[in-house]
Ligand binder design. Structure first.
Ligand SMILES: Cc1cc2nc3c(=O)[nH]c(=O)nc-3n(C[C@H](O)[C@H](O)[C@H](O)COP(=O)(O)OP(=O)(O)OC[C@H]3O[C@@H](n4cnc5c(N)ncnc54)[C@H](O)[C@@H]3O)c2cc1C
Length: 441
């Protein structure tokens, strides 16, 4: 099996690590020359499971991989539009939010435009182990890929997204009966459009709403029961005021807030990003329901205030036990398939948990610069992107902060590298690099 070595390995070629690649090329070109990004998918696609033709980004096109950090960068969304001959059309459309497919195409264009950072697709990481010197000091990481080959690196950046959330009541169902929203497109591709399936959809998030809407087109003759705990689909209650808490400049303030205060802020902001949908989606869904009633169709319906309390497979079908939260009455719903719009697991992704276990960490915490806190002197470092909402705020999993986060990580890497070189007897060429040093680049 092959083994190769790079200075920095970034796992996951989604927006976070592509944004980091841009920051490395612009701010730390010598590190960029020895950096590699891998992704398990054979192509770069943004949220491929729900890359639906009508789905749009929920944030402004200006929150791309770089504009908020460096509007003069050649990697901006606007430069992508100009380079691909679509700038006039985009301006003429007059919308801030691009189609999800356009963001996906932009990510591909950025990946193709990188000149220093290397990218390898179809490379799935299955495990990460620490590398140690003879004295036991942590010197790097050995990443094992699905084909058995390994990559060793001193620096690691993990941006693999969160694991899908499968509610415990459904955990015993066979995997072929469940399609989580992250697998909507491949899942649908395996079904037969003309068959009248009996489907359950669970959850009340934007993803659940998108699945519900998509099922109308993809399986038009199916019976869909949309089950949710809440009183009904609701629009996100964001305002321009609460949106300010998604600014990259808010991360410092949030990070400095005591843990109890941070928890309170997250609770207040929860509904602005979770278990809700955009007002446009809500209007669309209601209009579809209205048309169904006009057509006297009753095979697409909502079951609200209801919890799935158990599930089993019996006589070739799925039996869901529904508990009405108002009356505690229990009923059964018999279905062929269950779609999940239940979001993501709040626990650290399995890959990160495995790495933490391998180095004996009792808890997974990062510094303000997103570096994993390691309880021992280490020449190696590991950075976590997109899973630090508890310490870095509600915007951490979104596009909103990633241009600045890429800069913060790059700055931390530059200084960590300089400190390691100095302690290995190599002369430091200058003092610590600061934001002011990077400002001109
Ligand atoms: C349906 C949906 C819509 C969204 N829309 C918006 C939006 O409009 N605006 C917004 O700001 N945010 C949105 N988000 C939030 C989203 O998390 C961010 O926009 C963004 O995708 C985060 O980027 P990321 O690179 O951290 O993770 P991801 O985009 O999730 O990318 C992770 C990458 O890691 C790869 N990977 C995972 N495991 C491995 C492994 N073991 N080995 C190798 N590669 C691996 C995956 O293939 C993937 O390419 C949306 C999320 C979803 C689910």
């Amino acid at each position: 099996m092959t083994t190769h070595e790079v200075e920095l390995l970034a796992i996951g070629a989604g927006p976070s690590n592509l944004g980091l690649a841009v920051a490395l090329e612009e701010l730390a070109p010598d590190l960029a020359d020895n950096a590699l990004i891998i992704d398990r998918n054979p192509t770069i696609e943004w949220q491929s499971g729900l890359l639906l033709p009508w789905a749009k980004s929920q944030v402004s096109f200006l929150k791309d991989l770089v504009t908020l950090r460096n509007p003069r960068s050649r990697f901006t969304f606007l430069n992508f539009l100009r380079s691909t001959g679509r700038l006039d059309d985009f301006i003429n459309l007059g919308q801030q939010s691009p189609y999800r497919l356009e963001i996906s195409a932009y990510l591909n264009w950025v990946a193709d435009s990188l000149t220093r950072v290397r990218l390898e697709l179809g490379r799935e990481c299955v495990g990460i182990a620490p590398s140690r010197s003879d004295s036991g000091a942590l010197t790097g990481w050995t990443t094992t890929l699905a084909d058995g080959s390994t990559i060793s690196s001193r620096y690691l950046v993990l941006a693999t997204g969160r694991d899908p959330n499968i509610p415990p009541a459904l955990a015993a169902l066979p995997p072929n009966r469940i399609i989580h929203s992250t697998r909507y497109r491949p899942g649908i591709a395996e079904l037969q459009k003309q068959l009248p399936y009996r489907l359950a959809l669970i959850g009340s998030s934007q993803s659940a709403a998108e699945v519900f809407r998509a099922l109308r087109e993809d399986l038009p003759d199916s019976d869909v029961a949309w089950v949710m705990r809440s009183i009904g689909p609701t629009a996100d209650p964001s305002s321009k005021f609460t949106n300010e808490l998604y600014y990259p400049s808010y991360v410092d303030e949030f990070f400095a807030t005591p843990a109890t205060g941070r928890a309170l802020i997250r609770q207040e902001l929860y509904k602005t990003n979770y278990s809700c949908m955009t007002p446009a989606m809500l209007q669309r869904l209601y209009t579809d329901f209205y048309r169904d009633r006009l057509d006297q169709r009753q095979d697409r319906r909502l079951i609200t205030m209801t919890e799935i309390t158990a599930a089993r497979e019996e006589d070739g079908e799925v039996v869901l036990e529904l508990t009405d939260r108002r009356t505690s009455a229990v009923t059964e719903l018999r279905r062929d398939l269950v779609f999940l719009g239940t979001g993501f697991d709040w626990r650290p992704p399995r890959l990160v948990q495995g790495l933490a276990n391998a180095i004996g960490l009792a808890s997974i915490e990062v510094t303000r610069g997103y570096r994993l806190v390691i309880d021992e002197p280490a020449e190696a470092a590991c950075y976590l992107q997109g899973i630090n909402e508890a310490t870095h705020g509600i915007g951490d999993s979104l596009l909103s902060v990633l241009a600045h986060r890429a800069r913060d990580i790059t700055l931390d890497l530059i200084n960590h590298r300089a400190a390691m070189n100095a302690s290995n007897g190599r002369a430091a060429t200058h003092g610590p690099t600061t934001l002011e040093h990077l400002a001109g680049r």
